[in-house]
Design a protein around this ligand. Structure first.
Ligand code: ACO
Length: 333
């Protein structure tokens, strides 16, 4: 069995900023309400006719390739995680592939929402371990801001989300090399599938989209915030501990925890429970909101850019999201 390692990371964020104060001018909310409950101050909004989930992914991928010093033609697989694909089908992986001009290699789409990126790392890691692939791009990219109305009926959800993309390049590690993806751990449980979901347009309804559905708000993402919070604060620590125990490590061995940026209050709860100092956890949800599959690779890329990750560091990436799904990976940088 081979080992994989992360050799490049990159991210792309649309320039336009949407602040809490701007939101309070268009809907019934306040900066205070949003900040107190989520920690979010602002988020980015995609530019119509310029940004697509696939093209944003490609921009992040080019940066990851540049950091690794790898030509795009050396990539032998794309794993693309998103819950906001360009089209209902085909998936955004092939669209990013076309955008980058690297046709012919497999492009797999991942549908595990906020856990999508860590699931993607797990898939890429398995392909590299078995020798099937040597260089795999794992992308998380999302456009959320056009899914909402920004009115009172979606204010408990819409204020949380933002747009952005991130990418990691996984490569086969040399034998005995310290840098490695140490392990990945993925889980799901469909019991509460509809409690955090966008059910329409879906094949569950005879008419996938109608004026009545639009009027009733049936196309808006739905979230039972308190149930999500309760499950997230249970699953995050559980899956982090699972990864540590698997590698005979303890919480104090973690140099940097990069949790999915769901909600700053969730991250703080996990940090406290794991007894991690402020310098051992990376949060940027304050600036970008929750970018679901994009959040971990954006945060990882930003942490690297800010010099917060050194060679030999132990990184823990952990996620929880719709499904419910949850996942973790330990990475020796
Ligand atoms: N601005 C002002 N008031 C609001 C807003 C808003 N944006 N949204 C809801 N309210 C109001 C509600 O109408 C309600 O008013 P009422 O008491 O008069 O009925 C009141 O605020 C409280 O509403 P709740 O929904 O009970 O608010 P809660 O305290 O549970 O906070 C929140 C909501 C922030 C979503 C919280 O449940 C939470 O943090 N949940 C975790 C979910 C999460 O973080 N999801 C992230 C995405 S999923 C993921 O990534 C895993």
């Amino acid at each position: 069995m081979y080992q994989s390692k992360i050799t490049g990371v990159g991210h792309y964020l649309p320039e336009e900023v949407l602040t809490n104060n701007q939101l309070s001018e268009i809907m019934d909310t306040t900066d205070e309400w949003i900040t107190e409950r989520t920690g979010i101050k602002e988020r980015r909004i995609y530019k119509e006719n310029e940004d697509r989930v696939s093209t944003m992914g490609a921009r992040a991928a080019y940066k990851a390739l540049e950091m690794a010093g790898i030509n795009k033609n050396e990539v032998d697989m794309i794993v693309f995680a998103t819950l906001s694909p360009d089209y209902y089908f085909p998936g955004s992986g092939v669209l990013m592939q076309r955008e980058m001009g690297i046709n012919g290699i497999p492009a797999i789409d991942i549908r595990q929402q906020c856990s999508g990126f860590v699931y993607g790392i797990s898939v890429a890691d398995q392909y590299i371990k078995t020798g099937m692939c040597k260089k795999v791009l794992v992308v998380g990219s999302e456009i959320h801001t056009n899914a909402f109305e920004y009115t009172n009926r979606d204010r408990h959800v819409s204020v949380i989300f933002g747009d952005g993309a991130g990418c990691a390049l996984l490569e086969r590690a040399e034998e005995g090399e310290e840098s490695a993806v140490l392990s990945t751990h993925i889980h799901s449980d469909g019991t509460h599938a509809e409690e955090l979901a966008a059910k329409h347009p879906g094949s569950v309804s005879k008419i996938r989209c109608s004026n009545e559905m639009l009027e009733a708000g049936a196309l808006l993402p739905n979230m039972n915030g308190q149930l999500v919070f309760k499950n997230a604060v249970q699953r995050f620590p559980e899956v982090i501990k699972e990864a540590l125990e698997y590698n005979n490590l303890k919480p104090s061995d973690i140099d940097l925890l990069i949790p999915h940026q769901a909600n700053l209050r969730i991250s703080q709860f996990v940090q406290k429970l794991m007894r991690l100092g402020d310098d051992k956890i990376f949060n940027n949800i304050q600036k970008y909101g929750n970018t679901t599959a994009g959040s971990i690779p954006i945060a990882l890329s930003e942490a690297v850019q800010e010099g917060k990750v050194k060679k030999g560091d132990l990184l823990c990436l952990a996620a929880f999201g719709s499904g419910f799904t949850w996942a973790s990976t330990l990475v020796r940088w």
